[in-house]
Design a protein around this ligand. Structure first.
Ligand SMILES: [Zn+2]
Length: 216
């Protein structure tokens, strides 16, 4: 339990909330498992298509209509998937399992493609994987290589499996809270620095089909 403390205005103990997801360090291998629930591997991931401009926000386009988040000109106007899952990182010493740590892990579509590829050969519902930073890449970019392992440690014993699943639940809730924000069109305009009246509005509402039929 946390205790009520006394401190001055210079205290560094009062830290801001920061999402603390998995990050691979250079030269380290991590044997991990991806947690799922109810014997259903489809509970492994949560994801949504999003843009990044100062922060992540959900893409508002539909198959029929592209929204301002995609039509406005800026660096990340192509939406990309933000995907999250909870992983168990095993602490292995002298080839013995000494413990584990559960962590949220969030990444983009390119990492998910690697996971999908690994899953084809060795389903992640039955196999751990080893993660490591790809050769000649920097930690800040987190380009990760993935290799399949023969078994899934956390599922070897029913007791451990249940305990891990229970402990992983609040972390999945944290992932959901840290998913890109669902902003309104007006809020997105504000983020992108678009004036709410004027040409941007018009661009958003243009229906190409209408223009073409009018022109003919
Ligand atoms: Zn968009």
């Amino acid at each position: 339990m946390s205790e009520i403390m006394s401190f001055g205005a210079d205290s560094e103990d009062v830290k801001s909330y920061k999402f603390n997801g998995f990050k691979a360090k250079e030269g380290e291998d991590y044997r991990i498992g991806i947690i799922y629930w109810d014997d259903n591997p489809k509970t492994m991931f949560r994801g949504v298509q999003a843009h990044y401009f100062d922060k992540y926000f959900i893409c508002k386009s539909t198959p029929d209509k592209r929204a301002i988040c995609c039509t406005h000109s800026y660096d990340k106007n192509r939406p990309r998937w933000r995907v999250g899952c909870v992983i168990i990182i095993y602490i292995i010493e002298d080839e013995k399992l000494k413990g584990y740590k559960l962590m949220p892990w969030m990444f983009s579509d390119s990492m998910f493609q690697k996971i999908r590829k690994a899953n084809k050969g060795f389903p992640l519902s039955k196999h751990d994987v080893t993660l490591s930073l790809a050769a000649n890449t920097k930690e800040e970019y987190q380009t990760i290589d993935i290799h399949s392992c023969p078994e899934s440690f956390w599922q070897l014993k029913a007791e451990l499996k249940e305990k891990v699943q229970e402990e992983a639940k609040p972390l999945m809730d944290e992932i959901i809270r840290n998913m890109p924000a669902d902003l309104s069109i007006d809020e997105i305009k504000e983020v992108l620095g678009i004036e709410s009246a004027g040409t941007a509005d018009a661009a958003e509402n243009i229906n190409l089909g209408d223009i073409m039929s009018e022109a003919l």
